[in-house]
Write a protein that binds this ligand. Sequence first.
Ligand code: KG4
Ligand code: ZN
Length: 358
Amino acid sequence: MGQREKNLRVLGIETSCDETGVAVYDEHLGLLAHALYSQVQLHAAFGGVVPELASRDHVRKLIPLVKQVLADAGTRPEQLGGVAYTAGPGLIGALLVGACVGRSLAWAWGVPAVGVHHMEGHLLAPMLEDPAPVFPFIALLVSGGHSMLVEVRGLGRYRILGETLDDAAGEAFDKTAKVLGLGYPGGPALARLAASGRPGRLRLPRPMLNRPGLDFSFSGLKTAVITGIRDLELDEQAKADVAWEFQEAIVDTLVAKSLRAVSETGIQRLVVAGGVGANRRLRARLADAAQAAGAEVFYPRLEFCTDNGAMIAYAGMLRLAAGEAAASSIEARARWDLETLRPPRGGGAAPTGPGPAD
Ligand code: KG4
Ligand code: ZN
């Protein structure tokens, strides 16, 4: 900091899956604007994301969304100091749309472009809020593609403490929702149904809970639900009861392992991110458990739990502010191990940003 004449303002682009997200983040003024175009309706008929349709829709929506967000942010291209786009992991065609557009805009505007790791975006998203957690913290990342506990010591300093051995938590929600005939996307629908569920209809296992370590396993739960509902008359109340039991089994495991990570590392700050972080039951149970353990829990607002452009603009801003050298190539990787990330050249110090603009 200090050497630059003006605020670093970054345009962020997220296209790793089925949401087109765009945002503008200013290092001193915070988040200036963000918008999301969700393709959920497009994929609903197929019961899941169709990669080629996702790519084509990003092509249609991305440029109009960039124009809209720049206007909402009151920002002209010449006020931007960089462009950040999601470079992976994700659907390769979808990623390429954001990467090509992001890199090209940056080239046309004469600013650096930085390829951001999607999960780095998720785990830094709670820092968009006020109060923001400070490093170090434990991050519980639970999305449709990932479930992991990460020790975060600074920007680009990530150690995976535990992860799922099979399905991600969101994937388990989605698959079980399908079993219950809840349509797509299943996770939020199952959570809504669970709200009117009553305990005791079905006994489900708590996979990996009694084993040492911080790994998860969720695929057995779906199988246990399929077996468990065979002899049930599945009326609406029974479905809600099964949804409740399923949600409780996942939440029990996530809460216990998160608190185990806190006690094993001695780091008393826990951040929760990723789509499943929007689950209200998980939030309530984690808040209670953390309070009992003397730990603090931080969440992004609900819309920043799921995929969004704000987290990418923010992560990109931190990396550029810390001196990350921008690549001249278009970066897109379907697979990308979070632990291979490194602090930017500047050292990955804690941000000096202001917190949210609103
Ligand atoms: O982070 P995200 O938007 O996309 C990925 O990067 O995967 O997460 C989407 C996942 C989906 O599996 C969705 O069903 C799940 O998050 N999800 C939820 C809830 N809201 C979204 N799962 C449980 N309860 C919710 N309220
Ligand atoms: Zn995500």
